[in-house]
Write a protein that binds this ligand. Structure first.
Ligand code: B12
Ligand code: SF4
Length: 436
């Protein structure tokens, strides 16, 4: 049995479709042959599609990583840009298309409708994809496929999402994707140590799509994966966990396993971390295991705003983290999220002054928050807007015929005034801002 996997991601710089490497491992364990069309890598992806689709596969799996760039300043609805790839697949073959991926799992029904495809799998794909391929081939009931969404008699049906037993499965091979291409053109190759997030940030869809119960990988399998990639010349990585340090105990085990393998002095890696569970012990272990940079989802420097955003840390923790990173020679980046409900020019000033005082190596600023309907913040704002999003002066983006919020809508508190962007650049001053 054979399937085709397609990565249509149009966003630059290119990032490794880690998902397809992991899905291929599961298919190969089940004896399913996989052909790949990785559009960013192919000089002519439509030619490659024609080639691999000449002989009809049992299905064509397409990964949908991003819906949009989640960035108020640029507002790229990138889902639109994968349509030409889907059209080309439909033109060449009658094989059914199945979507999956983190972007897909945020808006499964809306994405299936927008892309006009018959199948999608929400959540982890390793078991679902294999079961769907078998169900289609052997004409077994689709109810056996975890996470599947499909259309029957004009209505969508869906099966419960079943997380895969991550600790037990082997994802180390990484042999489908040309990871060397991504290393050369994107600078880092992704790897995952866990799935899910148990924290409660009011704007974030990740606990909903990846699960609130965090599932962890066997640290030895993570080391095996890094070793396989290192042996192919790749030595700079980025974690694909929601937050590497949650749960803390597993982060410690992964670092210790990398150190014990001897890889720590050979590789460099970067991670997303939450400021909530970060200690000197972890910084030491991360540095010893090769981590050279951490991007903290700090969000804010004003304690009231940190509380409103659902965080369990305060601004003093950011000061502490900055000191720890300096001591352990880890590049420290703080990502800020400004403009959410309750924001004032004073709370923004407090935050910018804090950043200027503690001087992280980098500060990323997002002014305006991408809203998702399944988050506490999204629900609150939709309710308050009483069906008339376009009348809410704090909302920006695609406000007409977009109740699902598939096309991005951003909240930037009207209290801040229309000049807020220029004002913000003014208070950042000559601190080297790059405007997008
Ligand atoms: C790590 C990460 C990054 C790193 C990647 C590093 C690297 N070298 O890999 C960096 C910092 C570079 C990055 C960049 C961006 N990112 Co990012 N990133 C993530 C993160 C945390 C993990 C993604 C990942 O690779 N996961 C690991 C893989 C294995 O999981 P997966 O892709 O979901 O695949 C599984 C399932 O979804 C499913 N599956 C996947 N494909 C398919 C296909 C089929 C057919 C099936 C059946 C199943 C299936 O099976 C897989 C295995 O179980 C996610 C959030 C999250 N927790 O998922 C955000 C996330 C995807 N990023 C996001 C965004 C917005 C971006 C940027 C656009 C930011 C920007 N403005 O520049 C860029 C886009 C870059 C690009 N070229 O695409 C958003 C997308 C939201 C949206 N509305 O679309 C997310 C969801 C974060 C968020 N909470 O907002 N990102
Ligand atoms: S922002 Fe990070 S810590 Fe907060 S819920 Fe999302 S993934 Fe979890």
């Amino acid at each position: 049995m054979r399937i085709v996997l397609v990565n249509p991601n149009p966003m630059m710089p290119p990032v490794t479709p880690v998902s397809l490497d992991y899905l291929e491992s599961a298919c190969s364990d089940a004896g399913i042959e996989v052909d790949l069309v990785d559009c960013p890598v192919e000089p002519d992806w439509s030619k490659k599609l024609s080639h691999v689709l000449t002989e009809k596969p049992i299905l064509v799996g397409v990964t949908v990583r991003n819906i949009d760039d989640s960035y108020f300043a640029s507002r790229d609805f990138s889902l639109r840009r994968i349509i030409p790839v889907l059209e080309e697949i439909k033109r060449i073959t009658q094989a059914p298309i199945c979507l999956g991926g983190v972007g897909f799992s945020i808006f499964p029904y809306e994405v299936m409708e927008f892309c006009d495809v018959p199948y999608g799998i929400c959540g982890d794909g390793e078991v679902g994809l294999v079961k769907l391929a078998i169900a289609l081939k052997e004409k077994i009931e689709l109810e056996t496929v975890p996470g599947l969404v499909w259309m029957e008699n004009g209505n969508y049906r869906n099966n419960a999402i079943l997380p895969v037993p991550l600790e037990k499965i082997d994802l180390a091979s990484r042999s489908l994707i040309d990871n060397g291409y991504y290393f050369e053109n994107g600078g880092q190759v992704g790897f995952e140590t866990k799935r899910g997030c148990s924290l409660n940030c009011v704007y974030c869809p990740e606990p909903h799509i990846r699960g609130k119960d965090v599932r962890v990988r066997n640290p030895l399998n993570v080391v095996e994966e890094l070793t396989n990639l290192y042996n192919r010349g790749i030595d700079v990585f980025h974690t694909c966990d929601s937050e590497f340090n949650c749960p803390y105990s597993h982060a410690v085990l992964v670092c210790k396993a990398i150190i014990e393998s001897g890889l720590g002095s050979k590789i460099k890696w970067y991670a997303y971390c939450s400021p909530e569970y970060f200690t000197e012990e972890l910084a030491y272990l991360m540095r010893q295991s090769g981590c050279v940079g951490i991007d903290f989802g700090a969000d804010h420097g004003d304690n009231k705003m940190l509380g409103r955003l659902g965080h369990g840390y305060i601004s003093d923790d950011l000061i502490r983290i900055r000191k720890i990173c300096l001591k352990h020679n880890i590049i420290c980046m703080f990502d800020l999220l400004l403009g959410s409900p309750g924001e004032t020019k004073i709370s923004i000033e407090t935050t910018i002054h804090l950043m200027k005082k503690i001087k992280p190596d980098r500060v990323g600023i997002s002014l305006g928050v991408r809203l998702y309907p399944m988050t506490p913040l999204g629900r609150k704002i939709i309710k308050a807007s009483k069906g008339a999003l376009s009348k809410n002066r704090s909302l920006f983006g695609n406000l007409e015929d977009n109740e699902s919020l598939l096309r991005p809508i951003y909240y930037c508190d009207a209290v801040l005034g229309e000049d807020v962007e220029d004002w913000l650049y003014g208070i950042i001053g000559d601190d080297g801002p790059t405007r997008i």
